[in-house]
Write a protein that binds this ligand. Structure first.
Ligand code: 5RP
Length: 225
């Protein structure tokens, strides 16, 4: 079993009967979804799930997990997802998969947000490995890019994985992948991006994680925020 699967199985043990559970997106979240489905079948676990993306919705549907549309959700008990980077203050970078809006809605609406990572995700500052993904209204991208340049940001519109055009989120946003001066405080950058007109959502998850579960060479460590 690899570290992603190990940490996902560990998190799935925390799901109790009656909970409403947010399903993350990505390879680690997929292991979590598979383990939840197994528990539902073999242990009669009674839960309601809500997905953070179309990809996780399709996975959950295929495995027979009961899904609630996000439109009908007012709160949830638990949200479990991966991350691309985790800094020492437990701020996260997410969104290499482009669909940030649902992920951040679930992270804000849940009682507990458990983040699943392996050692490769630990960084000394957000943006160490990846640019910050910023979802923008399509007509606003040049103005947003210009505003972000004034904050010292540099970057471009993301291309789709086929290399045949621009990446587009499930809801029609474009994605600017931007790098900023690492000396800029992440709390300040979070606020500046939140306040930039035309930005739909961005990949900095500041102050949202309740618990980070780290799997390191077969051992799970818990970092509670
Ligand atoms: C998707 C995400 C993922 O959680 C993140 O990319 C981690 O993916 P993986 O578990 O495949 O390493 O933020 O938007």
């Amino acid at each position: 079993m690899n570290d992603k699967e190990l940490v996902a199985q560990h998190a799935a043990k925390r799901v109790k009967n009656g909970m409403t559970v947010g399903l993350g997106t990505g390879s680690t979240a997929d292991y979590f979804i598979v383990e939840l489905a197994r528990r539902q079948t073999e242990e009669n676990l009674a839960i309601t799930c809500v997905s953070s993306s179309i990809v996780s919705m399709l996975k959950a549907q295929e495995l027979g997990l009961p899904l609630l549309a996000i439109e009908h959700l007012s709160r949830l008990d638990l949200y479990v997802d991966g991350a691309d980077e985790v800094a020492p203050d437990n701020s996260l970078l997410k969104g290499q998969g482009a669909d940030l809006v649902r992920e951040k809605l679930l992270a804000k609406a849940c009682d507990q947000f458990i983040v699943l990572i392996d050692q490769t995700k630990i960084v000394d500052h957000i943006g160490a490995h990846f640019p910050i993904p910023i979802e923008v209204m399509p007509f606003a991208w040049q103005l947003v890019q210009q505003s972000l340049k004034q904050l010292g940001g540099q970057g471009f519109l993301r291309q789709n994985s086929q290399g045949s055009g621009l990446a587009v989120s499930s809801y029609g946003s474009l994605v600017l992948d931007m790098r900023f001066d690492p000396k800029l405080e992440i709390a300040e950058l979070d606020s500046l991006l939140n306040a930039t007109p035309g930005v739909v959502e961005h990949g900095i998850f500041y102050g949202l994680a309740s618990t980070v579960l780290l799997a390191d060479n077969g051992v799970v460590k818990e970092i509670t925020v």
